[in-house]
Write a protein that binds this ligand. Sequence first.
Ligand SMILES: [Zn+2]
Length: 422
Amino acid sequence: MLKTRGMRKEVKLIGPFKQLISLKGLPLRGPLNDSQLEIIENAGILMEGNNILNIDIFDKLSKNISTNDILITLSGDFVVLPSYIDCHTHISFDGDRSSDFAIRNGGGSYLEIAANGGGIWSTVNQTRQCSLLKIIELILKRANDLLKQGVTTIEIKSGYGLTVEQEIKLLRAINQSNLTSASDLISTCLAAHTLPADYLGAHEDYLEEMIQKLFPILKAEKLSNRIDAFIERSAFSSKQIRPYFEEAKRLGFELCVHADQFTPSGSSLAVEFGALSADHLESSTEKEIELLSNSNTTCVALPAATLGLGCGFAPARKLLDAGSILAIATDWNPGSAPMGNLMECASILGSMEKLSNAELLAGITFRAAKALNLSDRGRLLPGFLADFVIYEIDNYQMIPYLGGKLRPWQVWKNGELAYTRN
Ligand SMILES: [Zn+2]
């Protein structure tokens, strides 16, 4: 099936692919039809180092390579796409919340979950007790699980430490994991996840402490360039977050917001501050949809949280039709979204919100890259990173159709083979 010729590493050609889905030319915002997808048949990918040198018909490319270049000739039917980007996860945690799931589905309230020792506070307690090395191990295991699904860029939030010291531990763990992970792991500081139960003071005091003590360390150690905040009745109000974001912005941090999950709150602040993304949006109304669609803030739908909590989906169809930028992410976390399957999330959202395959694929590739302010990935084009995912099929439509069940055959990152299914 796989033949490799030559020794020099710099230039590689792989193909032919029955279908190459480049995502070339698709706009960053608004609705997409599948007829807009560029599908190149019998295609090849020519790589040099980390990057794509050219995309074209395989036979054409193979005629122009030197005998020193590496030629990988595939036999059989394969489809290749840009590898995926999960732009919203919380995978720096220990423990699970399976009992919360059982109680909630049995009709139990948040109070009953808390009385049983569950809820976010139980994750914070377990994560605080977890060593740096153990957190790294957990992050790498979860990142590897995503890699096998074809995800090669993963945003990871802190937020289960909720003290200066513990948030630093989690952000160091994410950064150290990035040194060994095949994927790019991008850290986000979510110290403003919720007010910790053991904090002796008001919300404003807590946020001020983070500004004074945590922000300088994030900068000095380069632990994260991204600040996230959970704006919701159960977490922080827009009024409380405003000075926190003002300071973060003054220091040059990029911003993102957990917005409109249970009540329409947060997306207007996200737009006002020019946040890279407003994530969740299950409760966004026409007003928020209009605000977001007139902004450069990427809307991130998190369908797994909808499934985990049994509530509504983000109004993805309306957001796209209004001209928004829509990404889709797993929200992988132990409370509401423990599944961590990106294609499953995309497929479910597609069925529930009537999104085209092009909109789903855009939402987990170049539009997700936009949420992370990355412009070097998410499409198969010359100059882009050679990050791609290969399936043993002859028609790309099988991928969203099978909803995450179809596993990639190979995943490539920075021009190197990062995973092969046995
Ligand atoms: Zn989240």
